[in-house]
Write a protein of this length. Sequence first.
Length: 134
Amino acid sequence: MLDTFLKQFNLGGNVSPKQYSPLTLAYIGDAVYELFVRTYLIRDANFPVNRLHKEAIHLVNAKAQSDLYQKIKDKLTEEEMQIYKRGRNTNSHPPKNADMVDYKSATGIEALVGYLYLMGDSDRIAELLRNLID
């Protein structure tokens, strides 16, 4: 499905994913990450939306994304680590309820997911994000 969006909007045709700003990568990566989590949550049953939302909150937050980084950091390629660091080191302001270190790490994860999405590498996204639920 993600590949369909890339084709529909001809993404990657004019601009290399490496040329996007880290915050733009994080912007799209956040959506892809959340779609992964939501899809994971409905895999077994048709639960009430309120329950799904409560479950999603545990996986879609700065702390969970920072924890994910700790699980996958040794599995990242050099290129993926560079993208992660670009996202992590960007100048952004965390919400009041987020720790600065976790927020920056989460931005790095989102940038990496966004980059992989724009590269059309949904298999790699799934491989990395499975570590979130293992």
